[in-house]
Design a protein around this ligand. Structure first.
Ligand code: G3P
Ligand code: MG
Length: 248
C-alpha cells in the first residue's frame, strides 16, 4: 500500500469556522469553533476589488451582510463598513468581515490549523490562488502545522503550486471525476475533498491506496459522520459543532 502524505489535522473540521452556530467566515465564528474544541477550521477566501484577501463564501454580499451586490466590485474599505453578523442573529450584530491576515494570526496564535478554501471571484482564479498561497507562506512562517490550501478552481490550485509548492493542497470536487488520480498528480495535492454524498468505503480505500488523503463536506448527520469515520475518512467538515465534534 502507498505511503500516505502527512496529515497533522484533526478529522473534525469546523465548516466556515463556526458552522451554523455563528455567522460564517467571521472571527466570531472562529471563537465559537475554538470553544467547541475544534482544532482545524475551514474558511473561504477571496480578493476585494483592491486586492485585500478577505473571508467570504458567496460571489455576492447579499446573503451574509446588510449590503448588496458582487464582492468583486467592492473595495476592502467598502466591505469593512458592512455588518456581516446581523443576518445570523442579533447577538452578532455589527460583526465585521475579517481579513485573511487577521484570521491567520488568530488561528496560529491559538494553535488552530486551517483549511483555506480559495474561493475566487469569477475570473480571478489564478491571481487569487497566487495571492492566498504567497500570503499563507508569510502568515504561517514558523507555525506548527501548515495551512491546507484547497479549491474547486483548478487554476487557483495551479497558481498556488507555482508560487508556494511547499504548502499542502487539496482538490475540491463537486462530483468525483473519473480522472481524480491524474488531477491530484497534476496539482501535487495531498488530498481529495469530496461531497459527502459521494463517500463510499470503496472510494476512501481507493484514494488511500493511491497515496492520498480524503475528506468530505458537509457532514451534518451524526450517524453519517460515525460511518465515514469508521470507514477511515481523514476529515469531515461539519456545521453541527455541538453534535459532531472531537472528544473532549
Ligand atoms: O471546503 C469544503 C466546503 O466548504 C466546500 O463547499 O460551498 O461550503 O465552500 P462550500
Ligand atoms: Mg468552503
Amino acid at each position: 500500500t502507498a505511503k500516505l502524505p502527512s496529515w497533522p489535522y484533526s478529522r473534525y473540521i469546523a465548516h466556515r469556522g463556526g458552522g451554523r452556530l455563528a455567522p460564517e467566515n467571521t472571527l466570531a465564528a472562529m471563537r465559537v469553533g475554538a470553544q467547541h474544541g475544534f482544532t482545524i477550521f475551514e474558511y473561504d477566501v477571496k480578493l476585494s476589488s483592491d486586492n485585500v484577501l478577505v473571508l467570504m463564501h458567496d460571489d455576492n454580499v447579499d446573503r451574509t451582510s446588510n449590503g448588496k451586490g458582487p464582492a468583486a466590485a467592492k473595495t476592502f474599505a467598502e466591505l469593512a463598513q458592512l455588518d456581516f453578523g446581523s443576518w445570523h442573529s442579533a447577538a452578532y450584530a455589527g460583526e465585521p468581515l475579517p481579513t485573511f491576515a487577521a484570521v491567520a494570526r488568530y488561528t496560529v496564535a491559538n494553535n488552530i490549523a486551517s483549511n483555506v478554501e480559495i474561493k475566487p471571484c469569477p475570473g480571478r482564479e489564478a491571481e487569487t490562488g497566487a495571492a492566498v498561497a504567497l500570503a499563507a507562506r508569510q502568515l504561517w512562517q514558523g507555525a506548527a502545522k501548515p495551512p491546507l490550501l484547497s479549491s474547486f478552481a483548478e487554476e487557483a490550485l495551479q497558481a498556488a503550486l507555482e508560487v508556494a509548492p511547499e504548502l499542502p493542497r487539496a482538490l475540491l470536487v463537486e462530483k468525483v471525476p473519473a480522472d481524480w488520480r491524474e488531477r491530484l498528480v497534476k496539482y501535487q495535492c495531498v488530498a481529495l475533498n469530496i461531497n459527502q454524498k459521494d463517500a463510499t468505503r470503496e472510494l476512501i480505500d481507493a484514494v488511500h491506496a493511491a497515496g492520498y488523503r480524503i475528506a468530505a463536506w458537509t457532514v451534518n448527520d451524526p450517524e453519517r459522520a460515525r460511518l465515514l469515520l469508521d470507514w477511515g475518512i481523514d476529515g469531515i467538515f461539519t456545521d453541527e459543532l455541538a453534535v459532531i465534534r472531537p472528544a473532549a
